[in-house]
Design a protein around this ligand. Structure first.
Ligand code: HEM
Length: 225
């Protein structure tokens, strides 16, 4: 494949797959927020999603390919950057860094581990079978009770803490990744660099607050069965 043959091509692939993943993170957050509308919100949302049948599987396969490409390019670029001469032009560009920038590979790895756990938890539903939607009674409208599964999960302090911690890594990752996209596309310059840096952090913060709101509001009893 041509794009993977050059370091610039790999960066572009990294940026584009990152943008797709960020779009997923926004859509998933909006979908998850339906939990605040109670069982009629999130259970209806989950039912609509599952009713898409084969489309769901096409979507999953595309996302898996995007995710795999993002990881492979990320590991490759990190190894290349480490091998680069310290005084080289590329390296200098990266010297203007933040914690988020320097830890991208590690926050990415933590997110990969989180995602595997998350899929086992809420999609395959094997990590806590006693509160899986497949084992809980159906809701009043005969739908899988995703609402109860999520609430009963986050009422367990340990699970809630795992999610909150993972979201901090998500913040670190996307708050740098968002700005990197503009950098790679060449849309970042001396005039825009500070604004893009701030917008990137603000975006990461909104994602952080949005996602942790779910376990936190369940733990404090604001959202309950
Ligand atoms: C508080 C945080 C989160 C909650 C409450 C949550 C909730 C859920 C639920 C309930 C499902 C199962 C949907 C269903 O099949 O009915 C799900 C699936 C999924 N979540 Fe999350 N999620 C959270 C954070 C995240 C994050 C941060 C990511 C990505 C980094 C993510 C990625 C996914 C993916 C890839 C799936 C599988 C979608 C599919 O089945 O095709 N989630 N999530």
């Amino acid at each position: 494949m041509l794009l993977t043959n050059s370091s610039v091509g790999r960066k572009i692939l990294m940026a584009c797959t990152g943008l797709i993943l960020i779009s997923f993170i926004i859509v998933h957050l909006l979908g998850n927020s339906s939990i605040f509308a109670g069982p009629d919100g999130i259970n209806a949302y989950a039912e609509h999603l599952h009713a898409l049948g084969p489309l769901v599987w096409i979507f999953r396969l595309v996302m898996l390919a995007v995710f795999a490409l993002h990881i492979v390019m990320g590991v490759q670029l990190t190894l290349e950057n480490r091998a680069a001469r310290p005084g080289s032009y590329v390296q200098k560009q990266n010297l203007r860094t933040t914690i988020g920038a320097r830890t991208m590979i590690w926050s990415g790895l933590v997110l990969l581990i989180f995602l595997i756990y998350h899929l086992l938890h809420f999609t395959v539903q094997v990590s806590n079978p006693e509160i899986s939607a497949h084992n809980l009674p159906l809701d009043a409208m005969n739908r899988l009770d995703v609402f109860s599964m999520v609430v009963l999960s986050f009422q367990k302090l340990f699970i809630a803490l795992v999610y909150v911690a993972a979201m901090v890594f998500l913040f670190l990752h996307v708050s740098h990744g968002f700005g990197s996209f503009f950098q790679t596309m060449g849309w970042n310059n001396d005039r825009t660099i500070d604004g893009i840096g701030m917008a990137s952090k603000a975006f990461g913060f909104v994602v952080l607050l949005g996602y942790i709101a779910i376990p936190v509001l369940i733990i404090v009893g604001f959202v309950k069965i």
